[in-house]
Design a protein around this ligand. Structure first.
Ligand code: KE4
Length: 424
């Protein structure tokens, strides 16, 4: 990793931690972060020429794999006409129509440039629409780095939030309330105490930022019922699950429908993008149709829109059949190998997003994730990297597959896992 090492050392002088997003710095697993030179399909190559099967897939966007020909062609064609105009274009309408045709609750969409912008904006809209200031999120869920979201469960009686980062004003953090994911009783108690103050509930319908934790039966249903009873909005943060777990996102798989949904990652096909969408009576309150201000220089830019449209248009029913086949093959293969070696492994999976935990109990809450054997996980991460498979460098990150991860690629991952488990 000589070249990665050299670039990383120089980068740390010019970029905080040498990276532009913290997880990439390998803090959880130690060692030099592998710097990537190129990617194609399911494979990436580092600066020193080493090849890996990529299970990071940029933390979700690359559902068609690296440099898919149709997406690259669409971007190249768009580039010929310029990159951004600061004026409306037809492509933005096409992408909005495409999103609304797939996401049941979406009657209107506003495009932004990241998941963080999408959740920040949706929160502002929810606060405006309900004229309430407090909102609820869940321990272990991540909704981007907006101030109101960098809050951990508070010590206060009302579970008032405490800042999870310096620089987040305490007065703001106090308006973020935090309860346990999959614990509808604690959430119901909070609503009964203060439901009239809650503007909205933000939830990852599948928690993809503490690995992959599925909602227990009754959890999302309970949130819907509590929001309806107390006049709060239910917001599904589908930045990660949107168009990942089904053609219409998680909401297609569930009887529970949110009032607003936030999107990102897949809808940009690898280019910077985010979106928030929902019923017209809510979205029509957003500027300039309504008073809730939100803006962005590159929002809806033709390049991201071209990449997103090309991606969504490839995601037909057959694509999701392939994604499920690959996810199932990997999940079952890992379970078989771990069982043969007597190593406790619990895996959360939905389609092509999954996370194995070294745990002898099912992972239902954040504390189950924290209790899993992260030292063994780190040794596993290292052994897999040695074996030519690049996992996300943190036990709290979901693994992602793409339509380019075919049976041969999955079997190559399982062969590396066989050797990695032997070394544990
Ligand atoms: P971005 O601002 O990173 O585009 O999106 C924030 C976000 C919002 N909501 C959910 C459910 C998300 O998963 C994310 C971003 N996910 C992380 C992965 N854990 C991005 C990776 C990173 O931070 O580098």
């Amino acid at each position: 990793l000589d070249r990665s090492q050299a670039v990383f050392e120089a980068a740390q002088r010019r970029i905080p931690g040498g990276v532009n997003s913290p997880v990439r710095a390998y803090k959880s697993v130690g060692g030099t972060p592998v710097h990537i030179a190129s990617g194609k399909g399911a494979l990436v190559r580092d600066l020193d020429g080493n090849e890996y099967v990529d299970l990071v897939c940029s933390y979700g966007p690359l559902i068609l794999g690296h440099a898919p020909p149709d997406v690259n062609a669409a971007v190249a064609a768009a580039l010929e006409k310029g990159t951004t105009f600061g004026a409306p274009t037809e492509g933005e309408l096409s992408l909005a129509e495409e999103i609304c045709s797939r996401v049941g609750v979406a009657e209107q969409v506003r495009l932004v440039n990241s998941g963080t912008e999408a959740t920040m904006s949706a929160l502002r809209l929810a606060r405006a629409a309900t004229e309430r200031e407090a909102f609820l999120k869940f321990n272990g869920c991540y909704h981007g780095h907006g101030d109101s979201f960098l809050v951990k469960a508070g010590s206060g009686a009302l579970t008032h939030g405490d800042p999870d980062s310096p620089g987040v004003p305490r007065a703001l953090a106090a308006l973020t309330w935090v309860t346990e994911y999959n614990d509808i009783d604690e959430t119901r108690a909070l609503f009964e105490r203060s439901g009239d103050r809650i503007a909205c509930v933000f939830v990852e319908p599948i928690a993809g930022n503490m690995g992959t934790v599925l909602p227990e039966p009754g959890f999302l249903e309970g949130l819907r019922e509590l929001c309806d009873r107390h006049g709060a909005l239910l917001i599904f943060d589908e930045v990660m699950t949107g168009f990942r777990v089904a053609r219409g996102g998680y909401a297609e798989l569930s009887a529970v429908q949110p009032d607003l949904v936030t999107l990102g990652k897949v809808i940009g096909g690898g280019m910077p993008i985010g979106a928030y969408a929902g019923r017209a009576d809510l979205m029509s309150q957003v500027s300039p149709a309504g008073p809730v201000y939100q803006a962005g220089t590159l929002s809806g830019n033709p390049i991201a829109v071209a990449a997103g449209l090309a991606t969504l248009r490839k995601l037909d029913a057959a694509a999701y059949v392939r994604l499920e086949r690959s996810g199932k093959r990997l999940d079952e293969g890992l379970a078989r190998i771990a069982k043969a070696r007597g190593i406790p492994l619990a895996t959360g999976r939905q389609g092509s997003m999954l996370c194995p935990y070294f745990s002898n109990r099912p992972v239902r809450h954040f504390d189950d994730v924290v209790a899993s054997d992260r030292a063994t996980w780190t040794r596993f991460f290292r052994a897999m990297l040695e074996g030519g498979v690049m996992l996300p460098p943190s036990p709290f990150e979901a693994w992602f597959l793409s339509t380019a991860h075919d049976d041969a690629i999955i079997d190559r991952v399982l062969a590396a896992a066989e050797r990695a488990f032997e070394s544990l």
